[in-house]
Design a protein. Structure first.
Length: 716
């Protein structure tokens, strides 16, 4: 009987390229090795076929790196992962005897453990009652509430020394044929690998092995009880029950030391039913530009600032929908084990939890005389008589400042009576940003975040680079060979995005390298590592906000015409200052191709004008009077002419009408547009790679400086 393929093509199948998944293989490493002295191949595990080329994917178990190669030697009857050991000898956290005989069966038996029954709660008067204290599990209690853990017998594969290359046929050996039982990693690792105290557990079983994690679980559960988060009810029929799990995090100080151990019960929001368990989910957070603007105003006026941290913020938001959740793993009520939790308050992980918390907080703040900003919904403004105060909200991190110290203290006392929170005093570490005060300003640094990035991606010991990108290389989409692990590239880019808050010198490099995330190559990864090496050399750098009484708003705009080789689009960039401090900056590829440099510059002028108008409206809401219209500086003469007069009609008649609103702002006296020389154009750093001397000069004018100068007293 012929297959459809044979009937159609009149030839038999060629399956010689198919091999056993998970078998031992040796890929040719010429594209990956740096010199001829390195090995041409290493033992790997076959994990599949390349989707983009005729090649095999081979995993190196010692580094978790995947190699893509067409030239591979396979051992189809040898499966390295069956023995639960690496291909290369290494130090293992547990001892496993291995016999040298060609056929060995290695049994691993886990000991039986008996759990201590949880504390018996008092008999509830109603079916909705819950225990007043957390009935914590003992060290050996499983996460599902059972009192005895079975003893699984983990048996490894029958080892063989036979070389598959001597076999003329492709014989696939499966696990089931060899009676191989896959180990239960949950029980195996938790029983044989005590978790170090400086690592975060992945499940409740690991957490129960340490006192500090048990204490964190107890604090979280008791907070849920005190807050009236749920009530136990019989499971309603035909209704969705949302699952939940425990998450564990180690909170660290700016210097990296452990501040506290935090356990959090979170709902598995992906199990919620849209339209039934939740409806609206959006919740605003304060914009980074608003934060820097408020800090500049507070510095210029000498106001006090207070940082507040809400405890279990999402638990203090009330739900509008009826949501039922399973009981917490490991903490099921012994008297009502089959009951479910009817949620009265929001809980972390629910789709609507951020919105519920924001609505509750907003209702309280507005009831005390604050008004919500129309420009930034997470900014609240109090203006009564001679008292002026600002309140910033970023989920559970709050920042309060104003000109009346007594009013600030009274409001902090009021909000403390309503919500459980900590008064952190003067802000020193806000949203992962370290705030270092001096007698002349405030230094914003993310050195801890940079250090974590370098350690996470194994670049802590790299040699520093003088600039983020090289001026000699032009990056294009198809440069280099495809990256072996595109996910690794995307992870680095994603981690770097948050650095844009305090490092305008990184904006162009991050924007440029982000354009290749869908198809990164080895050359793109090489330039990305150069950016990490630049971070290594500037790990202590940050932005310095000066204390100044001047409240002038001005901006630099620039464009790199046709700088993107792949599609010939231009790069827009602007840098906006308020009170002499950089508040907002942008480096972004334009969406359409510009026919001239004037057109490219005019487009970015329109983009900058929109941002300036937003800042102007925000300042008006903050009751900050700006004496002069905002000043916009552009180094293209044609673009400055276009902002005042409808000239160059033949070159600009195809421009969309919405770009011409700049003329209205200039005509109404709400904006000034002036020419600036290219030498003094600060936004030039945000459009293209620059030479070292030019880069350092513009970086210092952006007030990006070394934090060591702050500590030595050279600044402030």
């Amino acid at each position: 009987m012929q297959s459809p393929y044979q009937t159609l093509h009149h030839q038999t199948h060629n399956i010689h390229h198919l091999h056993s998944f998970g078998c031992l293989c040796f890929p040719w490493l010429k594209p990956y090795t740096n010199n001829k002295l390195q090995p041409k191949s290493i033992p790997c595990v076959f994990v599949g076929y390349s989707p983009s080329q005729y090649a095999y994917r081979c995993l190196d178990p010692t580094t978790n790196k995947i190699y893509t190669s067409r030239h591979v030697v396979f051992h189809d009857n040898h499966f390295p992962y069956i023995s639960l050991t690496k291909l290369k000898p290494h130090t293992s956290p547990y001892s496993q005897p291995i016999s040298s005989s060609p056929h060995t069966i290695i049994p691993i038996n886990l000991p039986h453990t008996n759990a201590t029954p949880p504390h018996e709660p008092p008999s509830p008067s109603t079916s909705n009652a819950i225990p007043q204290e957390a009935p914590l599990l003992s060290d050996s209690t499983s996460g599902n509430g059972s009192t005895t853990i079975p003893s699984p017998s983990i048996t490894s594969v029958v080892r063989t020394n036979q070389d598959a290359g001597n076999d003329d046929h492709y014989h696939v050996v499966t696990r089931s044929k060899n009676n191989i039982v896959k180990p239960n990693k949950k029980y195996f690792q938790a029983s044989l690998h005590p978790l170090p105290e400086n690592l975060e557990p992945s499940n409740i079983r690991q957490a129960m092995q340490h006192t500090h994690w048990r204490q964190a679980i107890s604090e979280e559960f008791n907070a849920l009880i005190r807050n009236g988060t749920w009530s136990l009810v019989p499971q309603p029929p035909n209704l969705n029950i949302v699952d939940c799990k425990w998450l564990f995090r180690i909170k660290r100080n700016p210097d990296g030391t452990i501040a506290r151990y935090k356990a959090r019960l979170v709902a598995k929001g992906f199990t919620q039913s849209p339209g039934v368990d939740f409806k609206e989910t959006f919740a605003p957070v304060v914009r980074p530009q608003t934060i820097k603007l408020i800090l500049t105003i507070a510095l210029g006026k000498g106001w006090l600032m207070h940082q507040l941290d809400v405890n279990n913020a999402f638990l203090q938001g009330s739900l509008k929908e009826d949501v039922y959740m399973a009981q917490p793993p490991g903490l099921k009520d012994k008297q009502y084990p089959n009951h479910v939790c009817k949620l009265h308050k929001a809980i972390y992980g629910l789709r609507q939890a951020p919105r519920a918390w924001h609505d509750s907080l907003k209702a309280f703040i507005t009831s005390h005389g604050f008004t919500t900003s129309k420009s930034d919904p997470s900014l609240f403004i109090y203006n009564s008589g001679s008292t002026l105060a600002y309140f910033l909200v970023y989920v559970d991190d709050l920042l309060l400042t104003g000109n009346n110290a007594q009013f600030l203290q009274d409001f902090i006392q009021s909000i403390s009576n309503r919500f459980s929170l900590k008064n952190m005093g003067t802000p020193h570490y806000f949203l992962g940003i370290e705030l270092i005060p001096t007698n002349k300003g405030l230094f914003l640094s993310q050195h801890k975040f940079i250090r974590d990035i370098l350690e996470r991606f194994d670049m802590a010991g790299a040699k520093p680079a003088p600039t983020p990108l090289s001026t000699t290389a032009t990056l294009t989409l198809n440069d280099g060979t495809p990256a072996t692990d595109s996910t690794h590239y995307r992870k680095i880019i994603g981690a770097l995005q948050y650095l844009n808050l305090t490092r305008p010198d990184l904006s162009f490099a991050i924007n440029k390298l982000s354009q290749f995330m869908h198809k990164p190559t080895s050359l793109h990864l090489q330039h990305l590592k150069r950016l990490l090496r630049y971070l290594k050399g500037t790990i202590n750098f940050g932005i310095f906000l000066r204390q100044s009484s001047s409240l002038q708003l001005y901006a630099f705009t620039d464009a790199d015409w046709g700088g993107n080789v792949d599609d010939r689009t231009s790069t827009s960039a602007y840098l906006i200052f308020f009170g002499g401090n950089p508040i907002s900056w942008l480096s972004r590829k334009q969406r359409t191709v510009a026919r001239s440099s004037t057109e490219a510059e005019y487009r970015v002028v329109a983009t900058t004008t929109a941002e300036i108008m937003w800042l102007t409206n925000l300042l008006h809401e903050l009751h900050i009077l700006v004496s002069k219209p905002p000043l916009l500086l552009c180094d293209n003469v044609g673009a400055t002419y276009l902002c005042s007069n409808p000239v160059l009609h033949s070159k600009m008649k195809h421009i969309s009408m919405d770009y011409h609103f700049v003329r209205e702002q200039v005509r109404d006296g709400k904006l000034q547009v002036s020419h600036v020389s290219t030498k003094d154009q600060l936004a030039d750093l945000l459009t293209k790679p620059l030479a070292h001397t030019r880069f350092i000069d513009l970086r210092s004018k952006m007030q990006v400086t070394d934090g060591n100068y702050i500590l030595r007293g050279r600044i402030g």
